[in-house]
Every structure is written in C-alpha cells, then in structure tokens.
Design a protein around this ligand. Structure first.
Ligand SMILES: [Zn+2]
Length: 285
C-alpha cells in the first residue's frame, strides 16, 4: 500500500471513529458485487485484505437479501454465493427478500447506528450512501481495495452538528433562566434589596440573560459564565520582614498618644497602624 493512500485511509478512519463512534473490530457489510469482485481478483483471504486497509480486525457481514440475490443470479455467481454464505448475517427486517441495494440501505437506516462499513462495487449504491452521515464506504479497483474519504455532505453534517452543540438552544436558555430566577426567589426572603429588584423585573416579560446576570452579580450569587482567575496578591506585610519594626513603632506612638484624650488615641492609632501595614504591601507589588 502506498504511503499516500495509507495516510488518507488513516485520516478517514479517524474521522469515523472520532465523529461517529466507530470502534474496533470494524464491521464490514458486503454485498454480492463486492464478494464477486474479491473472488474474481483473487483478493483472498478477504478478511485479511480488509483488515489490512482498515488497520484493525474486521468482522464481515452480509444480509439474507444479498444471499438470495446471489442465488437468483445462477451458476456464474455460485462461487460468490458459497463465499458469502460463510459470512455473518446482519439482521434485516425483510420477510420477503428485496433487492440487495434496498436491503443494505435499510440496514444502514438514517444514521448507520450499527456502525457498518459498506463494501460494494455498486457505484449508485455508494453514491446514495454518501448522503447518509456516518457511512464509510469500501470498494475494489482491480486487485486493490480502497476506503472512500468522507463525502462533502458527511463532513458538512459533522460541522453543523458540532456548531449546534456549541450554542445554547432555546430550551436550554429557558432552563437556565428559570434556574437563575428560582435562585433569586430563594434569596428574596433573606435580602430585601433583592425583592425590590425582583419586583421591578417581574413586570417585564422579556428578561434577557444579561439582566439576570447583572442582578445575580449584584447579589453575589455563584452564576458565572466565564472562568474567573484570582490574581495572587500579598494580603498584608510579610510578617518576617516587618514584625520587629511594627511593634517598635507602635509602642512609640502608643506612648506618645497616651498623653492625649482616650478617643483621639484610639482613632489616631487605628489610622497610623493601617497606613503602616499597607506600606510594605505596596512595595511588594
Ligand atoms: Zn433484507
């Protein structure tokens, strides 16, 4: 296998495993045309060839409708029928067998919830399945097997569904609003200011998130839409660096002020002490 092809396959596999939850061992659903192609080009053993391009163990599947179609095709496909009979049978809902391509399309359904890789030589079927999200397609070209890259539709589908998950839906917004309002209502009893704001807003039917946020932030509740980082700051002077100085000065001031009246002593002491404390912190910053 060429390096480029290998790289492309790996990228494709990553897409389906990451975006659609495909897990090893991979399940490959083969139709009659694919089995016939494998035999005609001597790509045997088939499971080894497939596990080679998917870089993982594989389990090969077919359906009853595919087997019935091979049977209908007669002697020229008897070898393919024999080989297909050895594969696992994926369950389909058809009591009366239908055309293989219809059967496979229905087994895949809307989202390929069984996580099948579909292997087929039927170009029309593959084209149809490209319009279904999460269906990896395999085909053979002479004696080489290929895994198709995800179609433009499949890529777009993943992109838009991701986009959808990024934003708040209308329902989510309502839940958020109700919760915020409930929390406010709970605090109303404790805080009279809250009550005033609440009443002001309850008249207004169109309360938006911004309003709720501003109210909650004023009331110091814990609704935060952004991570908040606290800057580390020295809260006070380094006790080791200034303990001695502080006690020394305070004593001096204390002895000086004691001569004056009691009230003035307390006030002025307080002021000077706080100033002295802030000084080392400012230097620290
Ligand atoms: Zn069927």
């Amino acid at each position: 296998m060429k390096v480029n092809k290998q790289k492309r396959h790996r990228k494709t596999l990553t897409f389906y495993t990451a975006c659609h939850g495909f897990r090893k061992p991979f399940k490959v659903l083969c139709d009659g045309t694919f089995v016939h192609h494998l035999l005609a080009n001597r790509i045997i053993p088939a499971d080894k060839a497939l596990s080679n391009i998917l870089s993982a163990n594989v389990i090969l599947y077919t359906t009853r409708c595919v087997l019935a179609e091979l049977k209908r095709l007669g002697a020229s496909y008897s070898e393919a029928l024999n080989a297909a009979n050895k594969l696992m049978v994926a369950r389909c809902e058809h009591d009366k067998c239908v055309r293989a391509d219809i059967c496979i399309t229905e087994v895949v359904g809307e989202k390929n919830s069984e996580h099948f890789f579909i292997a087929s030589q039927d170009g029309d079927l593959r084209k149809k399945l490209q319009e279904v999200p999460g269906v990896p397609l395999i085909y053979g070209l002479r004696n080489a097997l290929f895994l198709e890259s995800p179609s433009a539709f499949q890529r777009e589908y993943v992109k838009t569904s991701e986009e959808g998950r990024l934003h708040m839906s209308k329902k989510e917004y309502q839940i958020f609003r109700d919760r915020a309002m409930n929390r406010l209502a709970g605090e109303e009893a404790n805080d009279s200011i809250t009550g005033v704001m609440e009443n002001k807003d309850s008249g207004d039917q169109a309360i938006n998130v911004q309003a709720v946020r501003s109210i909650t932030s004023r009331n110091k509740t814990d609704i935060k839409d952004k991570p908040q980082f606290k800057r580390k700051r020295a809260k006070g002077p380094n006790p080791l660096s200034c303990k001695k100085k502080k006690s020394h000065e305070n004593q001096n001031i204390g002895s000086m002020k004691e001569m004056k009246g009691d009230d003035t002593v307390r006030r002025s002491r307080k002021r000077t002490r706080s100033r002295k404390r802030q000084m080392p912190a400012d230097i620290g910053n």
